[in-house]
Design a protein around this ligand. Sequence first.
Ligand SMILES: Nc1nc2c(c(=O)[nH]1)N[C@H]1C(S)=C(S)[C@@H](COP(=O)(O)O)O[C@H]1N2
Ligand SMILES: [Mo]
Length: 346
Amino acid sequence: MLIKKPDDIKPSEITPESVYRNRREFMKDSSKLMLGAAVAGMSGMVNGQEGDALKARAPASLEGSSPPSWLAKKFTDIKPAPDSEPFFTGETLTPYRDITNYNNFYEFGMDKDHPSRRSDKFQTDPWSIVVTGEANKAGRYNLEDILKPLDLEERVYRLRCVEAWSMVVPWIGFPLADLLQRFEPSSKAKYVEFETLVDPETMPGVTSRFAIVDWPYREGLRMDEAMNPLAFIAVGLYGSILPAQNGAPLRLVVPWKYGFKSIKSIVRINFRETQPLTSWVDLQASEYGFYANVNPNVHHPRWRQDKERRLPQTLFSRKYIDTRLFNGYADQVAHLYEGMNLSVYY
Ligand SMILES: Nc1nc2c(c(=O)[nH]1)N[C@H]1C(S)=C(S)[C@@H](COP(=O)(O)O)O[C@H]1N2
Ligand SMILES: [Mo]
């Protein structure tokens, strides 16, 4: 066992990464002992004290405003990612600091550090989602009811932004399909559309005269894409709840598509018969498509897409790696695009 006792751990050593690694080792060991049975209270057992473990993993921006207790409780029982692709990658995890300070979330501003610096007023409790369109169970659902029947699991995915940087993120959440099926989409539902909250009081980017998006931020998927087991809704990362800047309280994660498809802070889900007009297509259809599949052979009109800069980076070292078709998830998703010309449907 690689788990240290609390007395051996200096406070400076308790980083989100160290807690996460210890917990992961623990989960692996326990699952062997318990023959794969779900292990309750893992985070608590790492440090011996559940409260401390949660605090150690909580992002700085959430200090003082703890998550609602029903949500914190869900985080004590997370099914670990398996040790193999596609729900896990052995690539080095991008540090917590980079994942939570280098963000695109234009509702808070256009610079990479705006979302982390300007989101302290953002409120995620209470939160509800309105479900509309081609579904038998349309209506308004509050977050607790949405999450109640779902078990949280971990997915370690690559995230590739259309701007040609990438990260490896240990998300916590559940398959998108498990959520959508509960709303009983009808046979007319060919697409699903998502919308982000617009709150001028807490999101300085939405009233900025530099804003380029026609709010609300909108994204969408074809229904068969949405039902693919890789498509995920994240409510946390590195074992703790999502910080505002990463799309709290819940955001989409579509790892084979450019990052802009992974819409944050969702307040509306709309099932439709026709393809929705998404924010980036609306903004510049010649540069950004509805499909937005990661593709090293189809370049952006203004830059190439066959390499990417893997974070973290320092001023002195930048790591460039080859970009892979469908971001390395071709085995899982290539069949969705059979017979389609990917330079036309970019
Ligand atoms: N609502 C909303 N969702 C969004 C964005 C945004 O500006 N607003 N940016 C997108 C882009 S371009 C990327 S690359 C990812 C970044 O996610 P991260 O900040 O968690 O890494 O979020 C996506 N989701
Ligand atoms: Mo992006």
